[in-house]
Design a protein around this ligand. Structure first.
Ligand code: ASP
Length: 408
């Protein structure tokens, strides 16, 4: 009999059996150490063949995002019975928005406590370099643009929010078709459901230091106070929850993409005993609209930008506006690496401090972009944990959990 399995005890077998999380973490540490050594020896750019591996990794992640979103949302929306769609959907969205708003508030508090800012001279120097790094975007346009005019072009251009909107509507239609009186329509709906179900099962694998500390402290406080609080309110065992949440947390930390982490977040929800009809719907939605870590980052960074450029803190009016805009903007940004930085530009525009090329604000923004990868790791890990927490709370409240679930 042909045996393609690696030989027992072989190196390949040992490698395959080794926990993927440790492999990722070891890779991360080796990469960081190599980066420090190379920078110390004056190397500023890596040979193309080395950076190619990073590019391949990110491209593989991006490749699965659209199929996973379409597949899981269509399945999610069509498996909830039409009567439950509103019940689950509204609760999930409210809890997502509320936790994001709390995130911005925590970020703003951190900003006020740590008062992160850069010297104006340093910001001015960077201002000229920042040309072209800013985004001309407006929160209200983002919201209107959620409605696609052509679904095909949304899919091809990977306009994630439009894809989500379409998938939800399509899924809802399927859920009605599945219970149609006409047998032909029921058969078509079931066949389509199975196709999308397969898609969804695809697998995958100085000043700035103060900003970083303020952000990470904010992330930690949010986990303990907001998620710990929610889990306690909904009587979910914290230990059991975090045992499963650990894998998506670390995957998100390393990949910096909530959407790319979806397969592991699904697995965690499944292991926690949440019904598929809830998590297949709420998790992809959360990966895009629920970004608590990103919200905290907005609060801290908005403070940093204003303090660095204008030598003042934020007014109460500005803070209120930031909470509103950052919560809304989190709906409009996809869970991919670096999306939060684009949101930050949107939020600044919303408080009438647009980041225009050549201005000191653009210089300070460029500083943030310089450490964005580090901030993004933490905020993505928090974003994903938030999706899972809210999903478990809503599922438990509405009784969408399996009989042997640890959530019971
Ligand atoms: N990378 C984050 C995420 O995928 C979004 C962000 O950049 O804040 O959730």
């Amino acid at each position: 009999m042909a045996n393609n399995e690696p030989k027992k005890g072989g190196i390949l077998r040992a490698y395959l059996n080794f926990n993927v999380l440790y492999k990722i973490l070891i890779g991360l540490v080796i990469g960081a150490v190599a980066g420090i050594i190379l920078a110390a020896s004056g190397v500023t750019a890596l040979p193309k063949w080395i950076s190619m591996f990073g590019t391949i990794f990110t491209r593989l992640l991006k490749m699965i995002i659209i199929p996973i979103i379409v597949g899981s949302l269509v399945v999610g929306a069509s498996s909830v019975s039409p009567a439950n769609v509103g019940k689950v959907g509204i609760r999930v969205i409210i809890i997502y928005l509320a936790t994001s708003a709390l995130g911005v508030i925590i970020g703003l508090v951190m900003g006020n406590i740590f008062q992160p800012h850069a010297e104006l001279a340093a910001v001015t120097q960077l201002a000229a370099d920042a040309a072209g790094k800013t985004a001309e975007t407006n929160v209200w346009d983002v919201i209107a643009n959620i409605i696609p005019t052509s679904v095909l072009s949304s899919l091809v251009n990977e306009t994630v929010l439009q894809v989500i909107f379409f998938s939800l509507v399509f899924g809802l239609c399927l859920s009605f078709m599945k219970v149609s009186e006409d047998e032909r329509i029921r058969t078509i709906a079931t066949t389509m459901y199975n196709v999308f179900d397969c898609l969804a099962d695809a697998k995958v694998a100085g000043a700035l230091l103060t900003v970083t500390i303020a952000c990470f402290l904010g992330y930690a406080i949010h986990i303990v106070a907001v998620y710990g609080g929610l889990l306690a309110i909904f009587r979910i065992k914290i230990g059991a929850f975090f045992k499963e949440a650990r894998t998506p947390f670390i995957t998100a930390f390393v990949t910096r993409s909530s959407n790319g982490t979806l397969p592991t977040t699904f697995a965690a929800a499944e292991n926690l005993g949440v019904d598929k009809e809830v998590y297949a719907f709420s998790l992809p939605l959360g990966a895009t609209i629920n970004m608590d870590g990103t919200a905290i980052y907005q609060g801290v960074c908005a403070f940093f930008l204003v303090m660095s450029c204008y030598g003042r803190g934020l007014t109460f009016g500005e803070m209120g506006m930031i909470v509103l805009l950052a919560t809304l903007a989190s709906i409009g940004t996809a869970g991919v690496p670096g999306a939060g930085a684009i949101m930050l530009a949107m939020v600044m525009q919303g408080i009438d401090l647009p980041i225009e090329a050549g201005t000191t604000l653009a210089g300070a923004y460029a500083m943030i972009l310089g450490i964005d990868a580090i901030l993004d790791m933490g905020r993505t890990a928090l974003n994903v944990t938030g999706d899972l927490t809210c999903t478990c709370c809503v599922a438990k409240q509405l009784g969408f959990v399996k009989a042997d679930s640890v959530l019971k």
